[in-house]
Each structure stands twice: as C-alpha cells, then as structure tokens.
Design a protein around this ligand. Structure first.
Ligand SMILES: O=P(O)(O)OC[C@H]1O[C@H](OP(=O)(O)OP(=O)(O)O)[C@H](O)[C@@H]1O
Ligand SMILES: NC(=O)CC[C@H](N)C(=O)O
Length: 496
C-alpha cells in the first residue's frame, strides 16, 4: 500500500458541532478512475469539507491519497492524481460524526485481509458502532482509528464466509443506523445502503463502467448517465471478470423494510441540482417556500433569502405570495457553511463575515426573511440584527422547515438537544423575541412532507426520516443510552 500523506492529526474540535454529511464516489474498470473520482468528489464537496481521500488499484497494488482539507486543495494537482493509478477507485469527502478530525479517521479506510486489500468509504453513522467496537476490542482487535466505519473492516476480517462480497454483507448486516457505503477490492466495487435508506446513494454509468455516488450532481459533472437509486437494504456487487467484462449482482440480503430517506437531505444537505429519491432538490425547496407562504403569510414589501440555503424557499415564498424577491443579503462565497464551525464564537464570527446587507433593497421596507432551518439560532440572530441595522421597517422571519428539537445519530451530528434553539424557549413568540424578529414562523411537518413527497406525513408509517423534528427515530439507538454522541468516544479521545 502506497502511503503518501503526511498531514497534521490534531483535533481541537469539540463534539458539539452540527456537521453535514459525507460524500462517496466510486468507479470500476475505467482507465481514468482516480481523476473521475476526484471530479466526483468536487461535486460532492458540500457534503463534507474536513478531509478528502481516494484509494485506487492498478492490478498490482493499492494506492491511497488521504488529506485534511478540501478536494480542490489536493486533487487538482496532476502529481497527486499520478500517484493514484489504476482502473478501480473510491473516494470520500468527510465531515466527522464519530471519531475526531484526524488523519487516522480520514476515509477511505483500508485493510489487508487474508484474500487481499479492501477499502471502504462510508456516509452515515452507525448507532451500534461503539457497542460493536467494544466487543471486538474485548476479543483482541486493535483499532487504528476512532471512526465508527473501522468496525466494518474488522467484521469483514472476522467473517467466516468465503467470498469478500459475502463477508462484506455479513459485516454490514451487523451494523445499525444510517449508511451508504462503498467498498473496493482488487476486482470489485460494492455499494450498499442501509435497510431504511436514510442516506442517499445512486448508480450511474460512464463509457459502460459502473459508478456509485452520493448524489446525481457527481454524475453530471463527469457526463455520466444516471441509472437508478441504490435501493434501501440493497447491496450491488460489480466485478471485473477474467475476460474484462463487468458483472453486476444486486442483492437484498435483509428483511425488507419501507424506505425512509432523511428529510434533511431536501431541507439543507443535498445540492439543489441533485435528484434525490427521484425528486429534484431545488423543486422540493421551492415547494417548501410556497407552502410556508400559505401557512404563514405576512404583509411586506420584499422577500429576502438567507443565502445560500434559504434561496429556493424564498423564491417559492415570493412566487406564492406575490411579494417581490430581492437579494437583500449578499453572500461572500469565500466563507463556507457556518453551522459546522468548531466553536460558537467562531460560528458567530463566520456568519458576520459571510453575509452583508444590501441596504438599497431593504431600507424603509417590511422584510420577509426566508431561511431553510434554525439550528442554534446563530445565523438568525445576526441576520435579523443586520437587516434592522440596514434600515428595515419590520423583519419577519420565515423558516422553511419545522422546529428542530432532537439530535441526529445517522450522519448529521447535530448539537446536543439543549443547544438547539427550539429547546431553549417556551414558544415561537419567545424565540422571535430572542432573535429580534417582529414575527417568526416555521413550516409545519405536513407542509414539509407535502413539499417533498406530495402528501401529508403518515403518522402510522412515516414516509421519511424526520426524528430531528418529531423524535421518531427510524432505528433503535443502541449506543446512545442517554449519552450524547460527543461523549461516546471520550475514552478514545486522542490527537491522531
Ligand atoms: O441556526 P444556526 O445554528 O445558525 O444554523 C442554521 C443555519 O445554518 C445553515 O446555513 P449555513 O451557513 O451552514 O449554510 P448555507 O450557506 O448552505 O446556507 C442554514 O441554512 C441556516 O442558515
Ligand atoms: N458524516 C458522515 O457521513 C461521517 C461518516 C463517518 N461516521 C465518519 O465520522 O467518518
């Protein structure tokens, strides 16, 4: 295995940030596998900005490049790509949910097995990862990372099945929680999605070669064709045959369960141009804004989005209400997503750097501000104040998703419940007062369901994963037992 990384491994971050997701990309049998993977990861950058890695195989050896930072910081360098030869490749952009921000947790993770090397890339989070980790450590395993993903490698190694595919299936069947996973061996690319289908994963094709990635925007960037979603609970095994052809074997190893995609993919995470679960994300966000305008109308002269997340919903609100849409806030694109920053102080500073009021569009007007979500309230507090300082007569905040009361354990890494703004105030009026808005309203859960899936939430069998709004977790939470995720790996806290 070629190890060519040498990056710092310190982790000053606390375990209390609302992180995003991760992005995965894999391709089998293409001569430009690593370069295509790098391009795919570029398109998936919004899903994870802490670190990015690529593993390739050239018929003889595995190669890896794993780096802290953005995809463009490393994989635009032809020398880096030259160190990733071969026609099989998988890649990952990371936002940590379990395990610190350190080189040892940067994916793909690689292991030498009896029958050869295997690399895995994981978007999601296992809700029994720590429980299984304790069990394998108790029986002699030596873990190299603090990532929940590593447990899968150990379970593959311990499986009694003969083929790598069966070992992989054996391993993931023991895992609970949310996962869209890719694995690669010397001849195979394997894709798997958890039984509930919490995280997205799609299959595409370029020049007849199979591709798997988190979102369709990664297919579009390389001109690949969308084939279909990987189904919930499905494992697809693609293998290069001795004659050079590629076999594709799709299996559903577990008990069938209804799919429940994560609603937050539509509210915030996925790129607006992606098609997630057959739905164009931009359209669902516009629908959210339209439903919000119906549910919470207000008299005003201008609708202003909180960019970027709030923009499609604000357009929907403006179209439905007939109030003109204007860019009353200008976004500095050199500042990333703010609610993922490590400390509250830095987050607040980031929000200030990121948004400026466009006074000419605001002064003397009653403004409807539209954002996609309120998590801690950092953004809302600053933006409402900024709009007032720019001369707005009234500021009405409209949020295109319901109030967030519950933490996530499936790959989002929300703050602890007590840090969520909705849990700090008795009602919406009290929240509005804290934020400094003349009025505040959230989209209802049914309004959100209709915006995404066209029908109300079915309480007996919810169509989507929505626990952050409702407390209805789609799986059991074995590791949790009342502890926060941030505390779970405290026994493993380290610098590298
Ligand atoms: O209540 P808070 O804790 O501030 O979190 C919510 C805010 O964070 C997100 O924006 P972010 O700046 O992360 O990303 P964006 O640029 O994609 O909108 C989201 O769109 C809200 O504006
Ligand atoms: N956000 C994610 O999907 C994270 C994947 C994995 N749990 C990690 O922390 O590396």
């Amino acid at each position: 295995m070629n190890q060519s990384h040498s990056f710092p491994t310190d982790d000053p971050l606390d375990g209390d940030t609302l992180h995003e997701e991760c992005g995965v990309f894999g391709i089998l049998g293409h001569p430009d596998a690593a370069a295509l993977t790098a391009l795919g990861l570029h398109a998936l950058q919004h899903r994870g900005q802490e670190a990015a890695g690529i593993v390739s195989f050239d018929g003889k050896r595995f190669y890896q490049e794993r780096h802290m930072g953005l995809v463009g910081d490393h994989y635009t360098n032809p020398m880096t790509l030259a160190r990733l030869p071969g026609s099989i490749s998988i890649g990952h952009t990371r936002y940590s949910t379990t395990g610190e921000v350190a080189m040892r947790n940067v994916q793909p993770l690689f292991a030498e097995l009896e029958e050869g090397g295997i690399a895995v890339a994981h978007n999601g989070n296992f809700t029994n990862g720590l429980t299984l980790r304790r069990q394998i450590i108790a029986t002699g395993a030596i873990c190299q990372s603090t990532s929940d993903t590593e447990v899968v490698l150990h379970l593959i190694a311990r499986s009694r099945h003969a083929s790598t595919s069966d070992r992989f299936i054996d391993a993931i069947r023991q895992m609970e929680g949310g996962y869209s996973m890719l694995a690669m061996t010397r001849t195979k690319l394997i894709a798997a999605r958890d039984p509930t289908g919490i995280r997205p994963l799609v299959m595409g094709e370029l020049d007849g070669k199979p591709i798997f990635c988190s979102e369709t925007c990664a297919l579009d960037i390389i001109g690949a064709k969308f084939i279909r979603d990987v189904e919930n609970g499905e494992v697809i095994i693609c293998e290069i045959q001795p004659d050079g052809s590629i076999s594709i074997d799709a299996r559903k190893p577990g008990k069938p369960q209804p799919e429940r995609l994560c609603l937050f993919e539509y509210v915030y995470f996925a790129r607006p141009d992606s098609v997630v679960g057959g739905r164009n994300v931009y359209t669902t966000r516009k629908n959210m804004g339209m439903n919000l305008a119906k549910e919470a109308p207000v008299e005003a002269e201008v609708v202003v989005p909180v960019p970027d997340g709030g923009t499609p919903a604000a357009l929907g609100y403006a179209q439905e209400s007939g109030i003109p849409f204007e860019y009353g806030i200008i976004r500095n694109h050199y500042v990333g997503r703010t609610f993922i920053e490590p400390t509250q102080q830095i987050r607040a500073f980031g929000v200030k750097l990121k948004h400026s009021a466009n006074r000419a569009m605001i002064e003397g007007k009653r403004v409807v501000l539209v954002d996609d979500s309120i998590v801690r309230g950092t953004t809302s507090l600053k933006i409402v104040q900024m709009i007032r300082e720019a001369g707005a007569r009234e500021v009405h905040l409209r949020v295109a998703s319901p109030m967030i009361f519950f933490p996530d354990f499936y790959g989002i890494d929300t703050p602890d419940a007590d840090k969520l703004l909705a849990n700090q105030y008795a009602d919406v009026e009290a929240m509005a007062k804290y934020i400094g808005a003349d009025s505040l309203a959230f989209l209802s859960i049914d309004g959100l369901y209709r915006a995404v899936g066209g029908e109300d939430r079915n309480p007996a069998r919810p169509q989507f994963t929505d626990h952050y709004f409702t407390g209805d977790y789609p799986t059991r939470l074995l590791d949790k037992n009342g502890e926060s995720m941030g505390n779970k790996l405290s026994m493993l806290a380290s610098n590298g």
